[in-house]
Design a binder for this molecule. Structure first.
Ligand SMILES: Cc1cc2nc3c(=O)[nH]c(=O)nc-3n(C[C@H](O)[C@H](O)[C@H](O)COP(=O)(O)OP(=O)(O)OC[C@H]3O[C@@H](n4cnc5c(N)ncnc54)[C@H](O)[C@@H]3O)c2cc1C
Length: 705
């Protein structure tokens, strides 16, 4: 109670709340209620915080922001679909001319040069999703498939032309009939030994390629198809299929159609393909994982069909790795806008006093600040995974092992970072009231353009279940080795060690939750009361234990439920279907524990005082917010109710402590001024008659857009 009183005093005495808001006169006229300044009393350095957030290639980012000031890149929200597509293409060409994509595709690229690409990509996401997705489809998907699934022949023949956009292309995997279930694709590639060609066909209407980004402008595609040799189906493989001749003409046996206007991303030309006996040379098969010889013999270093398919898909995971950062960066933009506006914007307040900045309302803080904490946590995790990706081994076997680990992490994180972004942007939109609805204030456009992040590069729900399936598979493997129980999950020191065959089983029969104690080298019962002291609820180790218990509980429940369904006569497919919800919770619990691990480690290793104090508060808030609001923490009552209640109160106390730092925390996201709308500063001045005259086309007494 005393703490809540302190909170009330804090809110009423907050320096910004007390700043004058009396009617004032400026060059623009009279304000009824002056916006409050967005500076604040925080002593935490924006610069140091920004270094903690961005971590690498600061000069590259600065240069990118300068480039994006060119008139070509000026944001405009009043374009037709055609104008937006044309402009996005010209912007892509500008980046290609500068050679940026080549850095990504260069087979001899280094981890350092790839990190430079990530720095630019961070900026692009904050700038405009149309450009980022168009570049992603062309460079990451089309170029990336040639680079990662092809061999030297393809690299030499195609990569330079792709990088400089002399060979615009696309990635044609999805069909009308199959999206998530890639193994079910119907397009065929039949080997013709006599002519040494593959014949590509769309055998049914449901086999038409659908949603293919850059389809209308591409000259070639990586087409995924069932490979048939001598009447045997060898499963899904990738082939380079030219879509136009040297004069840009589409051959008579290929049909292309537009997917039309979409909810967002209308600067990207998504389209559809039909192939009718399209012949391509044998060498157009992307043959890193498997090959077809002149004699029609099928060769692969990976014998098992499922494993080969898994290895192929894993090589394409770059898009998901990029999207973890992408979602986080979009949320950064939304939160920067919403928080700065909320500090400037005043509504209501005590009688005879200035109106209160809306950021000082506890309810408003409860909406926005946990999202800031979530972004800092996901940001740390995103950097970690991109480092794993750029440092993967050149050795084939080691790489396959690493890719498994990256694949599971990137899949789960892609899903959770996307949902987190959608929640954050929606909250930001609402937090800005009516201003949040204007396209020129950016948030609605960010929302519309990014909603598809839940769907492409793998549907989020499907991905989470895949994560759970992988965990259960590892459990089964551990059982086979006589290590009864579920696998020990990733630790900072051994990441996904259980996937390398060193799994240790957690006894499923334990009555109370157990965790692996590395120093004792055994499983120990979790004793939450061991943390009993004045501040245990903010304690990182205490919070981690709770996340581990939830994770332990989720997988234990899932395995028990799967076993029960099977015992009742359900086959594997049916059992998983009936346990879908538990599987999604299991995937979520695993990934969220991983995110907290990364956040704790990131703060410990990458920050210095005094920003660490503020970051620790963010971390404590991040964990407590989830523990006190998510059903999977609350439903099964494995955390004492008293602890939950204390944490729920403690959240409000932390929010008050963080309030002075909010402006700096979002400014540290590094969104440059020219990409921030006017509502982030003096929004009254920005909407004055004089400014309106400058910005709009004036006809009589009406403004036209
Ligand atoms: C704007 C845009 C751009 C795209 N760009 C490309 C591109 O360039 N190249 C390309 O190849 N593809 C592209 N795609 C396709 C995209 O990758 C697919 O849409 C995505 O993989 C989902 O497939 P689907 O649309 O067939 O959905 P479905 O797989 O039919 O899923 C529909 C719903 O069913 C649910 N569902 C499916 N299976 C299960 C299950 N087992 N358990 C529970 N629920 C399930 C999903 O969660 C989802 O909500 C793009 C899509 C869009 C919208």
């Amino acid at each position: 109670m005393q703490r809540l009183n302190e909170l009330a005093v804090h809110l009423s005495l907050h320096p910004e709340a007390a700043a004058g808001a009396a009617p004032s006169t400026t060059a623009h006229g009279t304000y009824h209620s002056a916006p409050s300044a967005t500076s604040n009393s925080s002593t935490v350095s924006i610069d140091l915080l920004n270094k903690f957030v961005d971590k690498h290639n600061f000069a590259t980012r600065k240069a990118m922001w300068e480039l994006l000031k060119e008139p070509l890149f000026e944001l405009d929200y009043n374009m037709s679909i055609k104008q937006l597509r044309d402009l996005t293409l010209r912007r892509l060409q500008r980046l290609s001319d500068l050679g940026y994509p080549y850095q990504m595709l260069d087979p001899n690229s280094t981890p350092e040069s790839q990190m430079e690409v990530y720095a630019r990509t961070d900026c692009m996401y904050m700038y405009d999703c149309n450009l980022t997705v168009r570049v992603g489809a062309h460079v990451n998907l089309w170029g990336g498939s040639v680079r990662n699934l092809g061999t030297e022949y393809h690299h030499e023949k195609y990569l330079k032309d792709i990088a400089y956009n002399r060979l615009p292309g696309c990635f044609a995997m999805t069909e009308l009939g199959h999206g998530s279930n890639v193994k079910g694709l119907e397009t065929t590639a039949t080997f013709d030994k006599a002519t040494q060609e593959f014949i590509i066909n769309t055998p049914t209407e449901s086999a038409q390629k659908f949603w293919i980004g850059n389809a209308l402008t591409a000259h070639a595609a990586t087409v995924f198809a069932q490979l048939h040799i001598g009447g045997v189906n060898r499963g899904i493989h990738a082939f380079i299929v030219p879509l136009r001749d040297a004069n840009g003409k589409i051959p008579h046996n290929i049909r292309i159609a537009d997917c039309g206007m979409k909810m967002g991303l209308n600067g990207v030309d998504n389209g559809r393909f039909w192939f009718n006996n399209v012949r391509i040379p044998r060498m157009n098969m992307l043959n890193r994982m498997a090959n077809v010889t002149e004699d029609g013999e099928y060769l692969s270093m990976i014998e098992d069909n499922d494993m080969r398919f898994g290895a192929m898909v894993a090589e394409l995971v770059a898009g998901r790795v990029s999207m973890i950062g992408g979602s986080t960066n979009l949320a950064k933009v939304g939160l920067t806008i919403a928080v700065l506006y909320s500090i400037a914007r005043r509504q209501f307040g005590p009688d005879d006093s200035p109106e209160r900045p809306i950021m000082d309302y506890l309810l408003h803080q409860r909406r926005l600040v946990p999202e800031i904490a979530g972004v800092y946590a996901m940001n740390a995790t995103s950097h970690y995974v991109r480092n794993l990706w750029v440092n993967r081994s050149a050795d084939f076997d080691e790489r396959i092992r690493q890719m498994k680990e990256i694949h599971i992490l990137a899949s789960g994180l892609k899903a959770l970072s996307g949902w987190q972004m959608r929640q954050a942007l929606s909250t930001c939109r609402e937090a800005c009231g009516g201003q949040g609805y204007a396209s020129w204030n950016r948030i609605p456009v960010l929302m519309a353009d990014s909603d598809v992040f839940m769907t492409f590069e793998g549907d989020n729900n499907v991905l989470l279940v895949q994560v759970a399936r992988q965990l259960v598979k590892e459990y089964a493997r551990a059982m086979e080795k006589g290590q009864a129980g579920i696998p020990q999950f990733a630790k900072p020191t051994d990441r996904l060690a259980h996937m390398a065959g060193t799994a240790r089983g957690v006894p499923l029969s334990a009555a109370k939750p157990v965790v692996w104690d590395a120093s004792a080298q055994r499983f120990v019962e979790v004793n939450l009361s061991a943390f009993d002291n004045g501040s245990k609820h903010r304690n990182a180790e205490f919070q981690m234990r709770i996340f581990e218990i939830r994770e332990y509980d989720a997988i234990k429940r899932l395995i028990a439920a799967l076993s029960a369904k099977k015992a009742a006569g359900h086959n594997d497919d049916s059992a998983w279907n009936l346990c879908g919800e538990l599987a999604a919770v299991c995937g979520q619990a695993y990934i969220e524990r991983f995110v907290l691990t990364r956040f704790i480690e990131d703060i410990q290793t990458e920050s210095s005082a005094p920003e660490r104090l503020v970051l620790e508060k963010l971390r404590a808030l991040h964990a407590m917010w989830r523990i006190t609001t998510q059903p999977s923490f609350l439903a099964y009552q494995f955390i004492p109710r008293q602890d939950i209640e204390i944490m729920a109160d403690e959240v409000n106390v932390i929010l008050a402590e963080l309030r002075p730092h909010l402006a700096n925390l979002v400014k540290a996201f590094g969104v440059p001024q020219h990409l921030l709308p006017a509502i982030t500063s003096d929004y009254v001045a920005a909407h004055s008659w004089a400014e309106t005259l400058k910005a709009s086309e004036f006809k009589g007494n009406v403004f036209h857009l």
